[in-house]
Ligand binder design. Structure first.
Ligand code: B12
Ligand code: SF4
Length: 420
């Protein structure tokens, strides 16, 4: 018997509204495997619990998949975003005997603790495109679902054209001028100690399928695209190939995305421009910037200048205050940006600690570490926001000298690219 699957978007944080691309990427693989799917987007619902109950009573699924995107806003002051999700899952549990599964990008931040916090039967870590099909097939075979499933091992469905705009109503997102996400490469082999995206296999989609998906978005009236890769230029050859292919399509789009300082040269800057990149976010940190390595000051200067020559606007995402970093590298970094003057520099001196990163060990120091703030006690899973923040904020502010170029992250409920 094919499974009747309900997929629920639980992301109700709307700054900015983000169409639930993660759910859309489950649709084609599940329906190709013969399962029946219905979706519910709770993003704009006033009463999500009653909406969910009536939806489940009507659709009578055998398996319910909750997409969970964010634990919190990750910046300081904290805003916890998971709070109402266990209530939704609890309400679903009351409706019928369906198995309850969760997945989504929040699984980068926590694993077993997240499963327990949410109260689902099974948590799929990472990509769900194959792992969710396996879960549905298991149920069909009368098997139990394991509490944790490694979706990274199962991988992505790269040989499929993902279905866009059919199961999710795009109108509320189009009305709010959302950027629509699309992903070319999932994962990041980098090993940055603070980042939840670290040490994941880089999984690439077949370019022809990506292009068909992109064209289908444009056919639905979408013009603003967000390439959702961890960093678009992680793989130099892959990025150049992608830009050339998008340019060849000749679509009327503008796209944006996250980049790292290197690899980036004239060829890549031209490729980005000609494929529709009008603005981008460059992720940097002061401790690397101060060195002459591949993400050092020279690379950042080169990046910003190549973009400026081509009219591509650059928003900088800057982390400062790594463990053991001295004030000197922060001062040099601020000086560099004061001279370089990209469009905006968002500075984050608060490191959100997650159980899935090496920096998690700091949290166990508890109150003995004066640089910890947030939920220091009764928070072993680190699901509730806790931060390592060694930088003196008044000193940092005096360094910025009220220059409007710099924005301390967390002060405004916007993301960097919205400021340019
Ligand atoms: C691109 C991106 C953005 C873009 C989104 C643009 C757009 N229109 O889509 C922008 C810049 C707007 C953005 C904003 C924010 N983001 Co963001 N974002 C990302 C990023 C890089 C990719 C997310 C993505 O869309 N991936 C592509 C899709 C296809 O993948 P996916 O969603 O993961 O879905 C797959 C799996 O998760 C799984 N899956 C998904 N749903 C389900 C459901 C079930 C049942 C199953 C089984 C599986 C499953 O299968 C899917 C297909 O493989 C991630 C980091 C990352 N690499 O994942 C951070 C990330 C998710 N963002 C994060 C944050 C914090 C935010 C903000 C809160 C920032 C802020 N302070 O405002 C806002 C929130 C906005 C909102 N309304 O939710 C954090 C979350 C961490 C946390 N503490 O919770 C992340 C992890 C970045 C990080 N390193 O910290 N973001
Ligand atoms: S900061 Fe960037 S390069 Fe480093 S692990 Fe995260 S996504 Fe990868």
């Amino acid at each position: 018997m094919a499974q009747k699957i309900a997929l629920i978007n639980t992301n109700r944080y709307l700054k900015p509204p983000v169409p639930p691309v993660g759910i859309e990427y489950l649709l084609a693989p599940l329906s190709q495997a013969g399962h029946k799917i219905e979706t519910l987007d709770l993003a704009f619902e006033d009463n999500p619990v009653s909406k969910l109950i009536s939806f489940l009573e009507e659709s009578k699924p055998t398996l319910v998949g909750f997409s969970v995107r964010n634990l919190d806003v990750s910046t300081y002051p904290p805003k916890f975003l998971l709070g109402e999700i266990p209530r939704l899952i609890g309400a679903a549990r009351e409706v019928n005997g369906a198995k309850l599964v969760a997945g989504g990008s929040a699984t980068l931040c926590a694993s077993l603790g997240l499963k327990d916090y949410l109260g689902v039967d099974s948590l799929i870590l990472g990509p769900g495109e194959k792992a969710m099909v396996q879960a549905a097939d298991r149920l069909e075979g009368g098997e139990e679902l394991p509490p944790l499933v490694d979706g990274w091992e199962a991988g992505i469905a790269s040989n499929i054209v993902h279905t866009r705009g059919r199961a999710i109503d795009y109108q509320p997102y189009l009305q709010r001028e959302s950027f629509f996400g699309i992903e070319f490469q999932k994962g990041c082999p980098g090993s940055c100690e603070f980042c939840v995206e670290r040490k994941k296999p880089l999984l690439t989609r077949e370019i022809e399928n990506f292009l068909k998906e992109l064209s289908s978005l444009v056919a639905l009236g979408v013009k603003s695209i967000f390439i959702c890769d961890s960093e678009v230029n992680l793989d130099e050859k892959g990025a150049l190939h992608l830009f050339e292919a998008i340019e060849r399509l000749g679509l009327d789009i503008e796209w944006t995305g996250y980049f790292r300082p290197s690899p980036f040269d004239k060829k890549m800057a031209d490729g980005a421009l000609h494929s529709g990149c009008k603005s981008l976010t460059l992720s940097v940190n002061s401790w690397e910037l101060w060195n002459e390595g591949i993400n050092g000051g020279k690379a950042v200067k080169n990046f910003v200048e190549l973009c400026r020559e081509r009219g591509i606007k650059v928003a900088i995402d800057l982390m400062v205050g790594m463990l053991g970093e001295t004030r000197e590298s922060i001062e040099k970094t601020i000086e560099l940006f004061q001279k370089l003057r990209p469009e905006t520099v968002g500075i984050n001196p608060y490191f959100r600690l997650y159980s899935t990163t090496p920096m998690a060990h700091l949290a166990s120091q508890g109150r003995s570490n004066p640089n910890l703030i947030g939920e220091i006690e009764d928070n072993d899973s680190l699901i509730k926001p806790i931060f390592y923040a060694p930088t003196d904020i008044n000193w940092l502010k005096s360094l910025l000298d009220s220059d409007p170029l710099f924005v301390l992250e967390g002060k405004e409920s916007t993301v960097n690219y919205q400021r340019i």
